[in-house]
Design a binder for this molecule. Structure first.
Ligand code: NAP
Length: 294
């Protein structure tokens, strides 16, 4: 069997198109332009690339970017003051603080300082609690992207055996919560899980978010399963540029799975599209308008 490719590039382009149309209507009919503030501290090269891509996407969607770059040695107090300023700014509907932060700053304290209704990353404890309680709130972008990709294959996830490998606060746990909300039967695996291949073999839907290059082998996958590979790993290639690979051994897995996301071009582009969607939703909710059903 050769798996169907779940084309994150095309699916995310469609979503971004729908968000751009909705932003255009919001501006035309109500004079509202959603704004996203991306806060970058220091000069981490990977973070600089992510922030540049996010800002470009914000501008292309017709929203206002309010980027703020702070020096590596900024104090926690100065960063918290900036968050307070952005919380109070009515033009800013979403706030994202790019992680990781330098060691003098407590990331949990900074995330908790963001107005939960502007927390487009969905990392604020109030939004984590809302997700766990099945209440509406801001949902983290990468997990949201995973669910949207899975639903292109299974319009209903109800009753599926879902296995999520990874239990981080930013990917594994929220993916598992969202799958529960969708009525899947969910198992969360992690580094202490015994016999990971046997756990994976149960999965109709396998979400790999462990950060281990190509660790999930084709032989672990249930024939016909849907595989969502969240991993982004740079591996060195002698005499050439580093190569990006996922957490799943793609060539092997695509011989067994029914559908699979590639790396790159799977979950990655969905993350940015879902960030735009979250910013649009945040703007509508803050202005007392119904959130668009995109
Ligand atoms: P993380 O915080 O390092 O968490 C990794 C999780 O995987 C942990 O729960 C860990 O278990 C588990 N794990 C590690 N080794 C394992 C093993 N050998 N067997 C089973 N479980 C294992 O990573 P993350 O932030 O969740 O990110 C995961 C991957 O997704 C990374 O490759 C990251 O680059 C990628 N990512 C991609 C996007 C995107 O937009 N596509 C966004 C975010 C992250 P323990 O809890 O027991 O340590």
């Amino acid at each position: 069997m050769t798996a169907k490719l779940i084309d994150g590039k095309t699916i995310s382009a469609d979503l971004r198109g729908s968000v751009t149309d909705a932003v255009h209507r919001l501006r035309r009919d109500r004079g509202i332009v959603p704004g996203l503030a991306v806060v970058l501290v220091g000069k981490n090269p990977a973070s600089e690339v992510y922030v540049r891509n996010k800002s470009k996407a914000v501008t292309e969607s017709g929203m206002h970017p309010f980027d703020r770059h702070l020096p590596e040695n900024v104090s926690e107090t100065d960063l918290l003051n900036l968050i307070a300023e952005l919380n109070a700014d009515e033009q800013v509907n979403g706030i994202l603080v790019q992680l990781p932060l330098p060691p003098q700053i407590n990331a949990n304290k900074v995330i908790s300082a963001i107005d939960p209704d502007k927390d487009v990353d969905g990392f604020h404890p109030i939004n984590v609690g809302r997700l766990a309680s099945g209440l509406p709130g801001m949902v983290p972008c990468t997990p949201l992207g995973c669910i949207r990709l899975a639903k292109t294959v299974h319009p209903s996830l109800a009753g599926l055996e879902a296995v999520v490998i990874g239990r981080s606060n930013i990917v594994g746990k929220p993916v598992a919560q969202l799958l529960l909300t969708e009525n899947a039967t969910v198992t969360i695996a992690h580094s202490k899980t015994l016999d990971l291949p046997a756990v994976c073999a149960r999965a109709d839907l396998l979400v790999a978010a462990l950060g281990r290059p190509e660790m999930v082998r084709g032989a672990w996958i249930k024939p016909g399963a849907t595989v969502i590979d969240v991993g982004i790993n740079r591996i060195a290639v002698a005499g050439s540029k580093p190569r990006l690979v996922g957490d799943v051994a793609y060539a092997e897995a695509s011989e067994v799975a029914g559908a699979i996301t590639p790396v790159p071009g799977g979950v990655g582009p969905m993350t940015i599209a879902c960030l735009l969607l979250n910013t649009l939703r945040a703007a509508c909710i803050q202005k007392g308008l119904p959130a668009p059903t995109i």
